[in-house]
Write a protein that binds this ligand. Structure first.
Ligand code: GLU
Length: 278
């Protein structure tokens, strides 16, 4: 049974690029007689807003998509992410990181060289070296901290990992390229990487469909699956929809939000055509 999902973040209105992604996931499920799920990825309290969530549901229904209830709202499931973090912590794979962005930039500058991963400069590991008593003292003093994965140790334990991608075939995971990624942020008890990995497994997703821009994130998700003993779904990373000049759609394209197109009198069929799915 194929189970797909669309997992938007309610940080703005859906645009044609989102419509493409949602229709892609829906079509993959329906074509296989499978199930299509919806998940609202609203773990970032600084950027997500409930009115965007409401607008997303309205837009998707207008597009003619149907999904199974209940919709999974990530902000209602922080306990699931805390449980996953506790497991990683018990396994000795997490450490608190007190660094600010400035601290990290200074450390990298001082080191004179900065390994770069797919997400930019790799965290130099400053807080990995702190002793247990230093950690306890800084926590007791009320310093805020993120939780990072000790990637070298995680990779040492997991050995080679792979996943299956519709287009790329069998991919060898390279989470090592990202360094010690953040799994819980100072301002949110879960990062995207942790929440998405836990939820895809909890929701029983068998085919993760999403844009190519998230291909690299799968390296991290794969090692988290291994560490948390979660099933590995298949992946289909689709090309991003681009406009006539080859630019990908983004939040700045106000006129091309689904709401704006609807208000301008476009029909569902026209919009689905613009999203190049029908
Ligand atoms: N919430 C993510 C986004 O809107 C997508 C996550 C995913 O499909 O894995 O970019």
């Amino acid at each position: 049974m194929i189970i797909t999902r669309f997992a938007p973040s309610p940080t703005g209105a859906l645009h044609l690029g989102h419509a493409h992604s949602a229709l892609f996931a829906h079509q993959e499920a329906r074509r296989a007689g499978g199930r299509f799920l919806l998940r609202i990825e609203d773990i970032d309290p600084t950027r997500c807003r409930p009115e965007f969530t409401r607008a997303i549901l309205t837009d998707l229904a207008w597009l003619g998509l149907d999904w199974e209830e209940p919709v999974r709202i990530q902000s209602e499931h922080f306990d699931d992410y805390r449980t996953a973090l506790a497991r990683l912590d018990e396994a000795g794979l997490l450490y608190p990181c007190f660094c600010t962005r400035k601290d990290i930039a200074r450390e990298i500058e001082g080191a004179g060289h900065a390994p770069h991963g797919p997400d930019g400069a790799v965290y130099p590991g400053t807080c990995r070296a702190l002793s247990a008593s230093e950690r306890a003292e800084r926590k007791a003093a009320g310093e805020t901290y993120a939780l990072r994965l000790d990637m070298a140790e995680a990779v040492r334990r997991s050995g080679d990992l792979h996943w299956r991608d519709r287009k790329a075939g069998i991919v060898t995971a390279r989470p090592d390229l990202f360094g010690d990624v953040v799994l819980a942020r100072k301002d949110s008890p879960a990062s995207y990487h942790l929440a998405v990995t836990v939820d895809d497994a909890l929701q029983g997703v068998t085919l993760v469909t999403r844009g190519e821009d998230l291909f690299d994130a799968t390296h991290i998700h794969r090692i988290l699956q291994w560490q948390l003993r979660l099933a590995t779904p298949d992946y289909a990373h689709h090309p991003l929809l681009v406009d006539a000049s080859g630019r990908r759609y983004a939040k700045r394209d106000r006129a091309l939000t689904l709401g704006a197109l609807r208000a301008a009198g476009k029909t569902v069929d026209e919009v689905r055509g613009m999203a190049r799915m029908d």
